[in-house]
Design a protein around this ligand. Sequence first.
Ligand code: SF4
Length: 332
Amino acid sequence: MKAFAYVRPADLAGAVEAHGGRPGSAYLAGGTNLVDLMKLGVADPDTVVDVSRLLDGDVARTADGGVRIGAGVRNSDLALHPLVGGRCPVVAQALLSGASAQIRNVATTGGNLLQRTRCPYFQDTAKPCNKRRPGSGCGALDGTTRDHAVLGHSPSCVATHPSDLAVALAALDAEVELLGPADRGTRTVPVGDFIRLPGDRPDRDNLLEPGELLTAVLLPPGAFGVPSRYRKVRDRSSYAFALVSVAAVLELSDGRVRRVALAFGGLAHRPWRALTAEELLLGAEPVPAVVRTAVDAELGRARPLRDNAFKVELALNLACEVLQGLAGAPPA
Ligand code: SF4
């Protein structure tokens, strides 16, 4: 591992100042992604700014009836927290399906969302990768693309975002709170917009400006007390990224859909909010044929790669099962 300077500021403002927005600076919280990448030689910061003792580790109600989750809250603690766990099943289920128990005990809420969008070739420094080294090419396109994107990808990058939590938060219209330097202050951005599609800049995973620090996740009041679910399909039952995952919220009124939110994981460079399917479902009677038609319309936009056409069928079946389960109907 390359030698680096280690800085432990006294407060968050000092941390942002110490980072300075320099390309060679990196924040350290739980370290479950950054330290791995440093060991592999994929990340080589010259300054590591330790914010692990500074980030808010509390979960608290907000004045509008929502919940503010400090970026330093551990994944395990959040999944079981009384303000979130039982009241917002989709978040708890997503968290508990991620990584391993040991990693969840260390990984933070902020770090979960900021983990690199990546594929195995990103971590292999012998292979080209536009995300690791812009302009070098994409090793996946000349290799195996089974785990890769089917939606929203570009010729520059076909990786998928690995976070389960991000998919649940996108379905709930959650926001992230970002702290910048003193002259820029704090701003909020919807999670669904915060994580980027690759375009021609796959080296940028999200909308963080240089030096900005993710300080909290904000769940709106509407995230609570509604039927919601997260399902994940993967190659083994633990410690594996999603081949496909689905986060959904579904509320009915007089047998018709009053509210629906559907997001996919494992299909794109960011959580994929299925707005076309939602539009078709809103106001409809969620019988199996209607649900399947709506989800199919969303997935009709998919552009599978050489090895991953199976993901489209898998996503269709999984979304139908989840939505019909929430609607109280048996799957088709
Ligand atoms: Fe790199 Fe993206 Fe290609 Fe993977 S898919 S090798 S992360 S550019």
